[in-house]
Design a protein around this ligand. Structure first.
Ligand SMILES: [Zn+2]
Ligand SMILES: [Zn+2]
Length: 278
């Protein structure tokens, strides 16, 4: 008993000293934090604004928007499961504060050794997942959480695999079983490829590990950003073809579908009009 109290006291002194040396800072703007947490009140407000932004097509929030990236799950039949994301990934030139904060948070999760941003995003995603599962009367502890692994080159460069960390944290927060299901063999990066190339590359990149049995199991797959959906689609297809019964994607951020503006007076159309008169 006495030993426990001494240990407790030592832990308190240690955390006090750590706060003195490296006081907690906002994960996005690096302002000093007055209260415990990861984001300062101002960044938190901007992030909440971004979470409540509407999709231009379906007018729903990123948590409820049903306009999935085009090829998400097109090869599998998992029903009308929507995709949960915390925010829409904004263009780099956006001057909107909410866009800037959510973009910075994603970069922190991807690149910074400071993991407070990842913890914040994992907690928010867990909160959304718990709400959704409760609403649909599903027992979250029957589900497994997995992730598409980072390329070995990037994992080495940054010293961590961000999606694996997100999956681990979400498993801690929700009680879902953590599972490393995939291996990655091709080192080609997705970011410099177009949509069709991404799909082919993703299909050749991820492999189900020999030592995991996914038959009859249900999975949530988490990734930091979903762009075309080809990575998560490739992983979902692997799980489904190996007998998994359900796959559900979540991400911190995803690209927003643009409203299609019909092209008027394209060169081809003008040529046609000139030649045929209509
Ligand atoms: Zn801040
Ligand atoms: Zn939508």
């Amino acid at each position: 008993m006495k030993k426990n109290k001494i240990a407790e006291l030592l832990a308190k002194i240690l955390s006090f000293l750590l706060d003195l040396i490296a006081p907690p800072k906002c994960s996005v703007c690096s302002d000093l934090l007055e209260e415990s947490g990861e984001l300062c009140p101002r960044c938190l407000k901007y992030f909440t604004d971004a979470m409540n932004r509407r999709c231009p097509l379906c007018l729903k929030t990123p948590r409820a928007c049903t306009c999935k990236p085009r090829n998400l799950f097109e090869t599998t039949d998992i029903g009308e499961k929507k995709l949960i994301s915390l925010t829409f990934f904004a263009k780099a030139d956006s001057t909107d504060k909410g866009d800037i904060v959510s973009r910075k948070l994603v970069y922190k999760i991807k690149k910074s050794y400071d993991r407070t941003g990842a913890r914040f995003a994992a907690r928010e995603l867990s909160h959304q997942l718990l709400k959704l599962f409760a609403k649909n009367k599903l027992n979250i502890e029957d589900w497994n959480i997995t992730y598409p692994p980072r390329s070995k080159v990037e994992a080495k460069k940054y010293g961590f695999d961000q999606s694996k960390q997100l999956a681990k944290l979400i498993s801690e927060y929700t009680g879902m079983n953590f599972c490393s299901c995939f291996d990655r063999k091709n080192a080609k990066m997705q970011k410099n490829l177009n949509a069709a190339e991404r799909r082919i590359n993703a299909d050749n990149t991820y492999f189900l590990r020999d030592d995991v049995d996914v038959k009859g199991k249900k999975f949530v797959i988490v990734d930091d950003v979903i762009t075309t959906g080809s990575t998560i689609n490739a992983c979902a297809s692997l799980l489904i073809s190996a007998g998994a019964t359900d796959v559900f994607p979540v991400s911190v951020s995803r690209t927003k579908k643009k409203r299609r503006i019909p092209k008027r007076n394209s060169p081809a159309k003008l040529w046609f009009k000139k030649k045929y008169g209509f």
